[in-house]
Design a protein around this ligand. Structure first.
Ligand SMILES: [Zn+2]
Length: 113
């Protein structure tokens, strides 16, 4: 399995494709400009111009079927459902262990006469 997997999905014609970025030669990439964030500032101490890092937009491609722009989305793995169940089980187990010890009982205030 490739480490970086991207999904291209067209909402118009339901064209769907998975790629790791190496087999997209047949697709037409839509060139996007780099978005600059903030304005360049001069550091009063070093007298150097500091600029914030520009945002690189996700790649877009033209749908081979209908020509609509499709944004490449990163596929996140592993499946989150199984992981949540494992975490819940761990919580239940740890909770039962604590119950053996017994919950911490707050000190009882002296009874007023
Ligand atoms: Zn399409």
């Amino acid at each position: 399995m490739a480490e970086k997997l991207y999904r291209l999905y067209c909402e118009m014609c339901s064209w769907n494709r998975y790629t790791d970025g190496t087999d997209i030669q047949d697709l037409t990439e839509y060139k996007r400009c780099v978005v600059q964030t903030g304005i360049p500032k001069i550091d009063p101490v070093t007298k150097k111009v500091t600029t914030k890092k520009p945002i690189s937009l996700p790649k877009q491609f033209r749908c081979p079927k209908c020509g609509r722009l499709v944004t490449a989305r990163k596929v996140v793995e592993p499946p989150p459902v199984a992981t949540e169940e494992e975490i819940k089980d761990e919580n239940i187990n740890s909770g039962s262990e604590e119950s053996n010890v017994g919950p911490e009982i707050p000190p009882v205030p002296p009874a007023s006469p």
